[in-house]
Design a protein around this ligand. Structure first.
Ligand code: NAD
Length: 338
């Protein structure tokens, strides 16, 4: 019997996770509408098989156009970046509330079957993340609320709004709280990159230019867990299609210090560098990891790519970008799927 493939909207599709998600959905046979505010030439990945639209989703009319005729929505669009970006541009981060609000209205009006929202570990209170060990955050830890200023408040508000659209208007909403995602085809310079990409870039530049040191933000003893992007995409699709209505952590439980992250990248790059610790640089919380009890119980699955395995793919990609930049060449962002 012929079945019509699901028609799926991915917002923020020109970004890091959005690009990987579009690829995975296309591989699963979805018809994908990919929307982002950036010019197509600047998308991290762009797939000709998808319907690719450049629209500013802060505007309700553009959200209505994006949601028209689709079965499901993956809303990943947000103005965001690493800790340096979210500490500096709080108003810009909070303005993503226009995207979150208008996409919910448009999805509800269009009668879509499912609406997925990408929230963040930044919804958790800083007071629960002021040490380096035993920092696994449970979903219930988001309340009483005191999220990361700016970015975290917007994420928590948007989560809650999704819940009320579910309760009041019957829209099936699903929410994942992503913890630090990394991998190839994401921001690696320019201020929006996260710690793994920044460390890979610094090490690649040192290696390729003969420098003997790199700068580390903080004392390097702050702890984090980092989720490889393939795990993020797999978990996103599972949570979006699953039965759990409340927000779920989607992150790795492999806790490492930033110094350990640097050790691993150095091993992969084959270099050993002096570390200059910049103690007044933005560092975020002291320690953070994902408690995966709920996702394991509900899906018999959790992100499991080891940091070493994920970086073994990510570092060479970033080293190649750095090498091309040093050679005065830029890699085309518009590329065919592998
Ligand atoms: P990203 O910055 O690479 O992608 C976000 C995309 O949204 C960008 O391409 C951007 O151009 C687009 N966008 C911004 N404003 C828009 C607008 N007005 N209209 C349409 N598109 C717009 O970020 P990412 O790492 O791929 O993150 C995707 C989602 O996951 C975001 O919502 C982010 O907050 C969330 N998240 C990411 C991480 C992480 O570690 N990467 C962690 C927690 C949560």
């Amino acid at each position: 019997m012929y079945t019509v493939p699901p028609s799926t909207l991915v917002t923020g599709a020109g970004g890091f996770i959005g690009g990987h998600l579009v690829r995975a959905l296309l591989q699963r046979g979805h018809q994908v509408r990919a929307v982002d505010v950036k010019p197509i030439q600047e998308w991290d990945q762009c797939f000709p098989e998808a319907e690719n639209l450049v629209r500013d989703l802060k505007y309700l009319q553009n959200c209505r156009e994006a949601a028209a005729g689709v079965n499901e929505v993956y809303n990943l669009a947000a103005d965001m970046g690493g800790i340096g970006f979210i500490e500096k541009y709080k108003a810009a981060c909070m303005l993503s509330v226009l995207i979150s609000t208008h996409m919910l209205i448009a999805a509800s009006e269009a009668g879509v079957e499912r609406y997925f929202y990408s929230s963040s570990a930044c919804v958790y209170a800083a007071g629960k993340q002021d040490r380096t060990d035993e920092v696994e955050l449970r979903e219930a830890d988001a309340y009483p609320a005191m999220p990361e200023d700016g970015y975290g408040w917007e994420k928590l508000f948007a989560e809650r709004m999704a819940r009320h659209f579910r309760e009041d208007y019957g829209l099936t909403t699903r929410v994942a709280r992503y913890h630090n995602v990394y991998g190839p085809n994401g921001a690696w310079q320019g201020g929006r990159e996260k710690a793994p990409a920044a460390i890979c870039r610094k090490i690649a530049i040192a290696k390729l230019t003969g420098r003997d040191s790199i700068e580390i933000w903080g004392d390097g003893e702050q702890t984090r867990s980092f989720m490889y992007v393939d795990d993020c995409v797999e978990g996103t699709i599972a949570i979006a299609g699953g039965h759990v209505a409340e927000p779920l952590n989607l992150g790795s439980a492999e806790l490492v210090t930033i110094n350990r992250l640097v050790d691993i990248v150095e091993e992969i790059a084959g270099v050993e560098l002096r570390r200059d610790y910049k103690l007044d640089a933005p560092q975020g919380v002291r320690g953070r990891s994902s408690d995966n009890t709920l996702i394991r119980a509900e899906f018999e699955w959790e992100p499991s790519t080891s940091l070493r395995d994920g970086l073994a793919v990510t570092y060479p990609w970033i080293e190649r970008q750095v090498a091309m930049q040093l050679a005065g060449k830029a890699e085309a962002s518009y590329r065919l799927p592998a």
